[in-house]
Design a binder for this molecule. Sequence first.
Ligand code: SF4
Ligand code: SF4
Length: 381
Amino acid sequence: MGLPLAVTARIGGYTVKRQLSGKKYPLVLMLEPLFRCNLACKGCGKIDYPGEILNQRLSVQQCMDAIDECGAPAVSIAGGEPLLHREMPEIVQGYLAKKKFVILCTNALLLKKKIDDYRPHPFFTWSIHLDGDKAMHDKAVSQDGVYEVAIEAIELAKSKGFRVQVNCTVFDGADSDRLAAFFDEMERRDVEITISPGYAYERAPDQEHFLNRERTKQFFRDVFAKGAGAKRWHFTNSPLFLDFLAGNQQYQCTPWSMPLRNIFGWQRPCYLLNEGYAKTFAELMEETDWDAYGVGKYEKCADCMVHCGFEGTAAADAIKHPLKLAKLAMRGVRTEGAFAPDFALAGARPAVETYTSHVERELARIRAEKPNAKRHVVAAE
Ligand code: SF4
Ligand code: SF4
């Protein structure tokens, strides 16, 4: 387990160099090459776009341009379901040829059918969507039997020599004992975990299933306490991010560290919020009013503790304070005592409605370019 040395050296070297430059920099390109999916999870805010938008795909060239523009050393490919994209093997191969670390996220339903389109590579990882044990996961994805498919996919990919991790989103109502037992199960299977609390972004249709800030911190303390301060398990998250989840670090987000490119363009300001789109990465970086976003600055950010907003902050902190990181790695995450102070939420500027405008603009563009495009139906891939 753990990243191969060549990957760690490459990403570590890049991060230190960019941190020393003092400028904002991306760590991981978040790529959504399509929104279409073969599941319909109740917490998903992607799959309810109009059919014409669900039928759109980023081309191989657009995917390559995205990494060239931003220069991040790693790319996480999500969606929608990336395995529905016919050119996904070519996209992965293109990134590997550029020596990028590729995380291909999937709900695993198509993995058995598509796995031979891919080859194990030190810079390539399958990331299987798994939100806990059978009952937790099947409930999260609103379909019975998906847990078993994901477990089979993990075993299959490992047997073929692939590196495999799971991405696990935690929703309100999760049971800390069961989540700890799930982590034990992943440990037994020698699988690393990427953990993140869900975020009640404006388009998620099921708002009450997301954790708020205070409950998130206490919940993760409860879970980590059952695993020796999280030391018993292997996470892909940085230890300082786990410490932040447990309420021991006061971090503001660094949304540019995991920028999102999808069919609308470069999403402003982050993976979680749709506040408009930039045509290029340079435009995103230069023209986004970054100070207008973050916890305590904007109403929509109030409950956000999501990894794609705060992992970059934790990585920067680790470079600035290596001793703090070393102590944490030795002692584990603190699960008792006072929480670190957090940002006051009272002065945050009010939320602005932005969804309709970019969807309407994209529909107008598609209809102008392809007046005969199918509006609702798309062929199975
Ligand atoms: S698998 Fe992912 S993209 Fe598909 S419906 Fe579920 S959350 Fe949405
Ligand atoms: S806190 Fe940061 S990462 Fe989270 S939604 Fe707001 S801008 Fe995005």
